[in-house]
Design a protein around this ligand. Structure first.
Ligand SMILES: [Zn+2]
Length: 256
């Protein structure tokens, strides 16, 4: 398969990179990414994921755009305030690149709908701000055999981890954080505050890791990086990485 002339021009700066190339760009056009959460992570990440030409995007968020979002959720503008994030995000993608296939869900993620949302995806990127949703998404990814890129940010700290808990040797997100957060949600983003560019840094790093995962096996840039978490420290600033071992007693992935 090759790309039509207008797509070759659009993605010329990717295609000219030996690490991506025409084969990588064709592969991206055939991928399906599910983006859960269209806030501080999901909004800037979507701009780069759509710009990368990922062919099919499913956008999931039940929230509405609020004036206080605009300081970091760069996808939205003042006209979007009060409207659903998923609808606004789809409109943005359709203006940006009509060739991309976009589906949305504006329902809250729960045990009833999560499996259908992740089914058939090549990758799920979760940038939601609460553990209940993150764990539900992680468990569904393990059940469906879909890899999960999990990204989170608060104040000046961010983390981006790649999980493939459906594989025998690889950890899932629940192996990383445990079960403790199932009961009590500890997220305090609203009270803690966050530097806008910090969310953008974590989001664009996550977008880069998503492209890396989607090109695994196709281009030199591709690499899955399973069970590895990157910490981004905006105060120093600095990054570091560590590996997560699969928990043999994990309720999300051990029984598979
Ligand atoms: Zn696990």
């Amino acid at each position: 398969m090759s790309l039509p002339e207008n797509r070759l021009e659009r993605f010329a700066r990717h295609i000219v990179l030996p690490e991506i190339g025409g084969a990588g760009q064709v592969a991206l056009a055939q991928k399906h990414l599910v983006l859960v959460g269209l806030g501080g992570i999901g909004s800037p990440a979507l701009q780069y994921l759509a710009a990368a030409g990922i062919g099919k995007l499913t956008l999931v968020d039940d929230d509405k755009v609020d004036a206080s979002n605009l300081q970091r959720q760069t996808l939205y503008n003042e006209r979007d305030i009060g409207f659903g994030k998923a609808t606004c995000a789809k409109r943005w993608v359709k203006l940006f690149d009509p060739a991309l296939d976009v589906e949305i869900s504006d329902r809250r993620i729960d045990a009833e709908n999560v499996d259908a949302l992740v089914a058939g995806a090549d990758l799920v990127l979760d940038g939601t701000d609460n553990f209940a949703t993150r764990l539900a998404v992680s468990d569904a990814c393990v059940r469906a055999g879909v890899p999960l890129l999990s990204a989170a940010v608060g104040r000046f700290q961010g983390q981006v981890g790649a999980f493939a808990g459906h594989l025998d040797e690889e950890a899932c997100y629940r192996c990383f954080v445990g079960d403790a957060f199932d009961v009590e949600d500890c997220d305090t983003c609203a009270e803690d505050g966050m530097l806008g560019a910090m969310a953008g840094w974590v989001a664009t790093f996550a977008a880069m890791q998503a492209v890396r995962i989607l090109l695994d096996g196709t281009s030199a840039f591709g690499r899955s990086d399973w069970s590895k978490v990157y910490l981004l420290d905006g105060l120093s600033p600095a990054t570091r990485a560590f590996s997560i071992a699969k928990d043999p007693a994990c309720s999300g992935c051990a029984s598979r």
